[in-house]
Design a protein around this ligand. Structure first.
Ligand code: SF4
Length: 340
């Protein structure tokens, strides 16, 4: 059996529409004719039914620090065994993983894995969690949910690093299956999402709100791209939305852009722009704001919002020192939106 045949699996979230199939996994709602694939490139109609083509097919398997996801408030200082497949449902012109997000079958070596293999990898790497990352986990739904259930049964936590481009029903199905998410909010205008990412803003914001409602641990990443999504108005709108719609405790990671894929002519994000983003978010009242992909000084440390003590000191993706009592500030006992 060829590797692409090995990944074929009955898909969830679709309905027949005439002689075609309507996928309802992500907001694109593709209408997929027999023998054709949806926009993500990994869901195909065969025999009148929608099939996932990547069930149990991994492009990348690697033990990462959880801080690399980035998740700074979820099992800090631990390893997360991380898996990716191929394909994506957004089309970011600045994609830093385009070799797998845009890969077609045959262009990338895929390794067959089972949910039991996922658990074995977690054990052999001394991981505390399993992360679905590198490509978009939403479009790997059938396998990530099956393997996450197996991971839970073996007492590992589970993580999605996602663009948040998922419909509400499949997102709600992840309750109790996925413990934590880092959602990329790629900008704060529909124009940016449409012209640079091939999607829409509102579904991503709705996903963040639903994730909080479902009680998932949530952190956000905002990659700051010069001239694209770095205006003070846009970053301020984003920070105020986090404060008002999600809560002041939600950690936000502003990350530096480096030229990649179709945006090679855009310069890297200047440090001063990231500093401005940091100040805007702190002024909006956000308690946990971090800078990434640059030397951040102490702006990658966690500071207690009540007494100002440094509670987690980091260097790159490593935790250097903690000053915690359980999941609280060792000095004043304040809550820190922390899962230990
Ligand atoms: S998951 Fe894929 S096939 Fe389904 S709606 Fe989204 S892009 Fe289309």
């Amino acid at each position: 059996m060829s590797i692409s045949e090995r990944g074929v699996h009955e898909a969830e979230f679709w309905a027949k529409e005439g002689d075609k199939v309507r996928c309802s996994l992500c907001p694109h709602s593709c209408l997929v004719a027999e023998g054709k694939r949806g926009l993500c490139g990994v869901r195909e109609t065969r025999g009148g039914r929608l099939r996932s083509l990547i069930y149990g097919l991994a492009s990348s398997i690697h033990p990462d620090p959880i801080e690399k996801k980035p998740l700074f408030h979820f099992l800090p200082g631990t390893t997360s065994i991380s898996f990716g497949s191929i394909g994506c449902n957004l089309f970011c012109r600045h994609c830093q993983n385009f070799s797998i997000s845009r890969a077609r079958f045959g262009e990338f070596d895929l390794s067959p894995i089972t949910p039991e293999d996922v658990v074995r990898y977690a054990a052999s790497t001394h991981s505390k969690s399993v992360s679905w990352t590198y490509n978009e986990p939403t479009i790997w739904h059938e396998f990530t949910t099956a393997a996450s259930k197996a991971a839970h049964a073996a007492r590992y936590k589970t993580v999605y690093v996602t663009n948040g481009y998922i419909q509400e029903a499949p997102l709600r199905q992840l309750k109790g299956i996925i413990d934590a998410m880092n959602i990329d909010v790629k900008g704060f205008t529909d124009k940016f999402y449409t012209s640079t990412c091939g999607g829409k803003l509102q579904p991503v914001l709705s996903s963040c709100e639903v994730a909080v409602e479902l009680g998932m641990h949530l952190e956000l990443t905002y990659l700051v791209i010069p001239g694209y999504n770095d205006s003070k108005d846009e970053m301020s709108g984003f920070a105020k939305w986090v404060a008002n719609s999600l809560g002041l405790q939600i950690p936000v990671h502003f990350s530096a852009f480096h030229p990649d894929y179709k945006l090679v002519d855009v310069p890297p994000t200047p440090e001063r722009t990231l500093s401005t983003a940091y100040d805007i978010a702190r002024d909006a009242g956000l308690q946990f704001v971090y800078l990434g992909n640059i030397f951040a000084g102490d702006r990658d440390d966690t500071v207690c919002p009540k007494c100002g003590a440094k509670v987690i000191e980091r260097e790159g993706f490593s935790v250097r020192r903690t000053h915690l009592k359980g999941d609280r500030c060792a000095k004043c006992g304040a809550e820190l939106y922390l899962v230990i």
